[in-house]
Every structure is written in structure tokens, then in C-alpha cells.
Write a protein that binds this ligand. Structure first.
Ligand code: NCD
Length: 330
């Protein structure tokens, strides 16, 4: 029997944010994804790790990539997957978040992958359930697995992350991806720059460790990665931008602007893209663009997260906490 100390695992029950992951834990996830990436190339794309386990995708906001990627990751580890369509579930009848989650747990669910418009919603579930909760994006707070797959892609394409300059453009104010990426890339030793108009890229981001720029030229000088984010019009209040055209003219990533970064700089975007707004068609499809690689890497990263959380669950089940002696103070 394997010694539990030698089995790689995440000790937390849940994966909620990058903020509380250590640099070593992030590295462990990337390293585990390396060995799982090969599974997609096998004739039989399956490992038995999660046989008998059930994962529920509970998405209160739209998603294409993230939801499919979690589903594929779970299926490739032999888990059973249930997708809850919030649009036709009891949520529409006004059921509370916790009641929905408790209902799922009553059916012995092991993993709940959740996306919600409210920051902190997955944390509430995690505190109240035995199932492992994975945050697939909460409001403007965090999107940890996106940051992990982005780190994985940079490490794969540039051979490492420490010492690199990663510059993010777009809707930084509303972006959970920006926050998670800032935390993850800095923990791995990169320098992170944010660039945009003051309304979408306020100076306060400096307190989180980002270098804040309002000028595209200085932001791009010396950049190894140009990371473009979607303008999240659904979260915009009126007056944040004079016009979409003005944004594109001043901050849109075009072929000419890419040339201001280091030669061969990577172009990244988490999707979905507004082509012709924050990124031009040519740049999105250029050889320097690794947008498709990001999507592909989402699967092994999410397999690694599920695998490592499962190892932690197994270890906890094997050595449950010792109950307090009778009569001991609570
Ligand atoms: C992002 C999200 O939903 O946070 N997309 C994604 O997960 N790939 C970014 C976005 O919606 O713009």
C-alpha cells in the first residue's frame, strides 16, 4: 500500500482561489498536469482514478470552455458527471443556493464545480458541504483554474515563468481572470503589468502587486506575454468608456502593437473574444497566439486538480480526526 506521505495531494478540501494556494501547491498542480496531458493522446483516453465518484457542474453563469473542460477532465478520470441546467432547475422557482447544494449533496456528490455571479458563493458552499467545491469563476473575485492553465501554457511555451513580464489588457476592473492571474504569476516569480484606461485599470491594482500602466507603448516594452481580456459589457455601468471604438483605438491589440513587445511574445486570451474590439482578427489567429493551446491545457490542469483533491479526500478518509474523549469540553 502506498505511504500516504508519498502520494501527491492537495490538503485543502476545496479549490476556491489562488490567494490561499502556496507556490509549492501551484507547482504541484502544474507538475501533475504534465503527466496527465499524455492521456489525451492515448487510444483510450481514460484513467480509473475517479471511478465511482460523481461530479456536478453547477453553473449560474454562461460558459462554454470551462464547463466542457471540467466535464472532459472528470470523464477522462472515469468519474460520472451531471450538468445542472440552472435555467430549468428549481433555482428558477427561487430555491436558495445552499438548499440547491444540500439537495445535491444528499445524493452523495463528491465534487461540485461552481460558477456564480456573486463573489464568495463557492466559499459559502464549501463551508457547508462535505463535497469538494471547485470555483469555476465567482463574480469579479477569482477564476483559479483559468490562472493555473495560463501558467501552464506560459511555462510550456517559454520554458518557465520566473523573471518573465506578463502584461494584461482589457477589462481589468471586472475580471476574475485578471485577479487570479496576477496572484498566480507573481507567486511563480513573474512581473505582472496591467494596462488600460483609468476607468478599467485603476491605480488600486498596485496594492495587489501589479504595475499599472495607462500607456500601451510603455506597458508592452519588454513584455514576454500579451494577455488580452474581454470587455465585459454585461458588467459595465454607463460611462466607463467614451465608446468601444475609442477603446479599440487606444488599447486594442493589433499587429502593430504586438511588435512593441519582445520578439516572439505570446498572445493569450481566456475567451470568449470580442474580435475587432480588444483584439484584432489577425492577432487572434497569428502564429504567436496560443489561445487554442490555453483551451487544450484546460483539460489536463482540471484533471490534475480533481486528481489531487481526490488524493486528499482519500487520505482524510483513511485517517479521520480522533474523536474527543467522553466528557471532554467541546
Ligand atoms: C472568463 C470568465 O468567465 O471568467 N472566461 C473563461 O472562463 N474562459 C472570462 C470572460 O468571461 O471574459
Amino acid at each position: 500500500m502506498a505511504d500516504s506521505a508519498s502520494v501527491p495531494m492537495l490538503k485543502h478540501k476545496d479549490l476556491l482561489e489562488i490567494a490561499t494556494l502556496s507556490r509549492e501547491e501551484i507547482q504541484l498542480i502544474l507538475h501533475t498536469a504534465d503527466s496527465l496531458k499524455d492521456v489525451a493522446r492515448h487510444p483510450i483516453k481514460k484513467l480509473p482514478t475517479l471511478r465511482g465518484r460523481t461530479m456536478v457542474n453547477l453553473f449560474y453563469e454562461t460558459s462554454t470552455r470551462t464547463r466542457t473542460s471540467f466535464e472532459l477532465a472528470a470523464v477522462r478520470l472515469s468519474a460520472d458527471v451531471v450538468n445542472i441546467d440552472v435555467g430549468i432547475s428549481s433555482v428558477k422557482k427561487g430555491e436558495s443556493l445552499l438548499d440547491t447544494a444540500r439537495t445535491l449533496e444528499a445524493m452523495s456528490v463528491d465534487f461540485i464545480v461552481m460558477r456564480h455571479a456573486a463573489s464568495g458563493a463557492p466559499h459559502t458552499l464549501a463551508r457547508n458541504l462535505h463535497a469538494s467545491v471547485i470555483n469555476a469563476g465567482d463574480g469579479q473575485h477569482e477564476h483559479p483554474t483559468q490562472a493555473l492553465l495560463d501558467c501552464y501554457t506560459v511555462r510550456e511555451k517559454l520554458g518557465g515563468i520566473a523573471g518573465k513580464t506578463i502584461t494584461l489588457f482589457g477589462d481589468l476592473l471586472h475580471s476574475r481572470v485578471a485577479r487570479s492571474n496576477l496572484l498566480a504569476f507573481t507567486k511563480l516569480g513573474a512581473k505582472v503589468r496591467f494596462c488600460g484606461p483609468p476607468t478599467l485599470c485603476p491605480r488600486e491594482f498596485e496594492q495587489l502587486g501589479a504595475e499599472v500602466h495607462h500607456d500601451v507603448k510603455t506597458a508592452l516594452a519588454g513584455s514576454d506575454v500579451i494577455y488580452v481580456l474581454r470587455l465585459q459589457f454585461e458588467r459595465h455601468r454607463l460611462g466607463l468608456l467614451p465608446s468601444v471604438r475609442a477603446y479599440t483605438q487606444q488599447y486594442g491589440i493589433s499587429t502593430d502593437r504586438v511588435k512593441l513587445a519582445k520578439p516572439g511574445a505570446l498572445v493569450m486570451h481566456p475567451g470568449p473574444m470580442n474580435r475587432g474590439v480588444e483584439i484584432s482578427h489577425e492577432v487572434a489567429d497569428a502564429p504567436q497566439s496560443v489561445i487554442v493551446d490555453q483551451v487544450a491545457n484546460g483539460v489536463p490542469i482540471r484533471m490534475a486538480v480533481l486528481y489531487l483533491l481526490e488524493s486528499g479526500r482519500t487520505a482524510r478518509a483513511a485517517s479521520p480526526p480522533v474523536p474527543a474523549p467522553m466528557g471532554a469540553a467541546a
